[in-house]
Design a protein around this ligand. Structure first.
Ligand SMILES: *Cc1c(COP(=O)(O)O)cnc(C)c1O
Length: 381
């Protein structure tokens, strides 16, 4: 089966991991710091904090922003469940803002309407997690302008979007947000095995994130109660072990060196799909002019006049050994979320999108793109 997504690991990556394995520190050593610095340099943020996953990163970013059981937070329903789960981990109430059919990202008009409604009902959220669907940055400037008057914090879930840009700025620069979260799961653009990263320009938030990622413990002499012995450490809040190991960081750091070439190869493949498949009864995502997508996934939407259904297309592609995937089953359709009060029909644009979308294979080591294109032409031509 040709997978829809796949990591690309080379000898340099393997050597980097082996070097770390042979070194004195395999966790909490120098490589995590080096990876953090390399990421913040790359995305032009002031700070970066490595974590064991993007899910962990989202969780502690919400906590560090003070999200608690008295609060509400919003995200979108067209995402992986982790974006919403992070809110629930904090005990807060979750609600969703619908998306654009054109690009799968948060709909600015829906956000504006929901904010006005929430203002009247006194149910404004403490924070909003937006998702850069497929690698396309959300339209961050109007989002920031809408949220600022209400003091709503903004987290970018950029699990799909490292290497992308918005208005000439790298995703992760946090120009229009308080924090950005990346994932280094093997299916994403670059991998550390498992891993995540938070970038921010907020010094206080950065310090809090560091604490939350490691049991709430500090050894910083400036932060300890005065006149403590030299072995002393203190726990200042209830944190977690959400640290990244140096082994993982070594892989991530080595992969980061290839980010540009990975993005270039994804762009070539996306361009080829768009050129070769443009006659078929499908629609591609619209990438706005001021956005450079990272093309984490290549999503097609099946038109109404297509000769077969999305389900048949999925099944027939699988039969031809072409792995594809549906991104995503709406989060509010999950039994857990139905159990806390959401219903089918609650977010219509997300549901329309879900009904027609399919993600095709795209990744640097994909050798069989011509075969995938032929299979699609056979089924939809
Ligand atoms: C993959 C993904 C996550 C979770 O990432 P992990 O590193 O696996 O925890 C969160 N949000 C989105 C949008 C994702 O695609």
């Amino acid at each position: 089966m040709i997978p829809y997504g796949q990591h690309s690991i080379d000898e340099a990556d393997i050597d980097a991991v082996l070097d770390t394995l042979k070194s004195r520190l395999i966790t909490q050593g120098p490589t995590v710091n080096a990876f953090e610095q390399a990421i913040s340099q790359r995305v032009k943020s002031r700070y970066a904090v490595a974590t064991s996953s993007a899910t962990a990163a989202l969780h502690i970013t919400c906590l560090a922003m003070g999200l608690s059981s008295n609060d509400i937070a919003w995200t979108v329903p067209l995402t992986f469940v982790a974006s919403a789960n992070a809110i629930k981990y904090c005990g807060a109430k979750v609600d969703f803002v619908d998306i654009n059919l054109s690009d799968g990202c948060i709909c600015i008009q829906s956000l504006e309407e929901k904010l006005l409604n929430a203002q009247q009902k006194n149910t404004l959220p403490k924070l909003l997690i937006v998702v850069h669907y497929s690698g396309i940055s959300c339209d961050m400037e109007p989002i920031a302008n809408l949220c600022k008057p209400f003091g709503i914090k903004i987290i970018e879930d950029a699990s799909h979007a490292i290497g992308g840009t918005y208005k000439e700025f790298p995703v992760g620069s946090c120009r229009y947000s308080d924090a950005t979260v990346f994932s280094f799961h093997p299916v994403k653009i670059i991998t550390s095995g498992e891993g995540g990263m938070i970038t921010t320009n907020d010094k206080a938030l950065h310090e809090k994130l560091k604490l939350y990622a490691s049991h709430g413990i500090t050894k910083d002499a400036n932060k300890l109660t005065e006149n403590m012995p030299p072995w002393y450490y203190e726990q200042h809040l209830l944190g977690f072990n959400y640290r990244m190991s140096d082994i993982h960081a070594a892989l991530g750091l080595s992969q980061l060196k290839k980010l540009d070439s990975f993005i270039e190869s994804r762009h070539k493949q996306a361009d080829k799909y768009i050129t070769e498949l443009k006659e078929l009864p499908i629609t591609f995502l619209n990438v706005p002019d001021d956005v450079k997508s990272s093309w984490h996934i290549f999503v097609i939407k099946l038109d109404k006049d297509a000769p077969i259904t999305r389900e048949t297309l999925y099944i027939e592609l699988q039969k031809s050994n072409v792995g594809c995937q549906v991104h995503y089953i709406p989060v509010h359709w999950q039994p857990y979320y139905q159990g806390i009060g959401f219903k089918k029909g609650d977010f219509k644009k997300t549901e329309c999108f879900y009904n027609v979308c399919l993600s095709l294979p795209i990744y640097p080591s994909l050798k069989e793109q011509d075969y995938v294109i032929k299979a699609l032409k056979n089924l939809l031509g």
